[in-house]
Design a protein around this ligand. Structure first.
Ligand code: SF4
Length: 271
């Protein structure tokens, strides 16, 4: 793993992502290296030649920049961890995300933080102090075997949902981000039932769902793993998904809305 310390030009960037006004990424790259990650396009801005998941640039001046930039920025929702995981392993040492949260105690526009890591629990004290903050934990499947293949460096899905339960218990608003939906992997009835049941127990306020984006880089990284997990039909499923992504999306909408009703969990869609 290559870890580099860098100085950024700015830290708060306007974004068109629905529900967010700014993005804030304390790191470039992500040691979690999920095989479907769309953020690997960031490599071209860094000069890194290592594969996705093998490098992290640490924006060591991020909290300082943030302190300066929020004085001039119009209020709005800041999304932390849009193209990186703010609680990936290097955060233990550098505490860049933690210091950014310290700065954001004066921010009134809301903060939406997304991670897959239990390290977020370290900062419960601060998370409670930031106005309008919510923490999202993402997973693409509730199936342990599938998750171990696709998201090999993060805790298993049930442990991630337990993190949400602990956050909710501490009075923090939570959201489960069911993404990316991958055909054959994310849509098995038994796993979805278990996921919704666990979400209800964890007092998750909302499940937000998004589809896998089959752009060439992500698709070619994902394909061998799906073929390994589903040797008979994996390739075919992804091929037809590529052609009829929205049809798959609307089928999933109906299924997930039904489950949301059954388990009394609100479900929203990012597509
Ligand atoms: S944790 Fe998120 S940012 Fe990191 S590799 Fe996985 S999907 Fe990408």
């Amino acid at each position: 793993m290559i870890v580099r310390e860098i100085y950024a030009r700015r830290i708060l960037n306007p974004t068109r992502i629905p529900g967010l006004n700014y993005s804030l990424n304390p790191y470039v790259g992500c040691a979690h290296g999920c095989v479907y990650c769309f953020a690997d396009y960031m490599r071209k801005y860094t000069g890194h030649r290592e594969p996705w998941g093998q490098f992290v640039d640490v924006k060591v001046d991020a909290p300082h920049l943030l302190r300066r930039e929020i004085k001039k920025a119009a209020q709005g929702v800041i999304g932390i961890g849009v193209v990186t995981d703010p609680y990936q392993p290097v955060e233990k040492k550098y505490e860049i995300t933690r210091r950014c949260l310290e700065v954001l105690r004066v921010w009134k526009g809301g903060v939406s933080l997304l991670t897959k890591s239990a390290l977020v629990l370290r900062d419960v004290d601060l998370l409670r102090e930031v106005e309008g903050l919510e923490v999202g934990i993402s997973l693409s499947t509730y199936n342990r075997k599938f998750a171990a293949e696709l998201e090999p460096r993060v805790p298993p899905p049930d442990e991630r949902v337990s993190v949400l339960a602990k956050l909710a218990k501490a009075g923090i608003k939570t959201r489960l981000f069911l993404a990316p939906l991958i055909p054959g992997i994310s849509d098995r009835d038994m796993d979805l039932e278990k996921l919704f049941e666990a979400a209800r127990r964890a007092r998750v306020e909302e499940i937000l769902v998004d589809l896998f984006n089959p752009y060439p880089g992500a698709l070619s990284r994902l394909l061998p793993h799906v073929e390994k997990l589903l040797p008979e039909k994996g390739k075919g499923l992804l091929r037809s998904y590529k052609k009829s992504r929205m049809a798959y999306g609307s089928e999933m909408k109906m299924l997930l809305l039904r489950l949301g009703w059954k388990y009394d969990v609100r479900v929203k869609f990012a597509y």
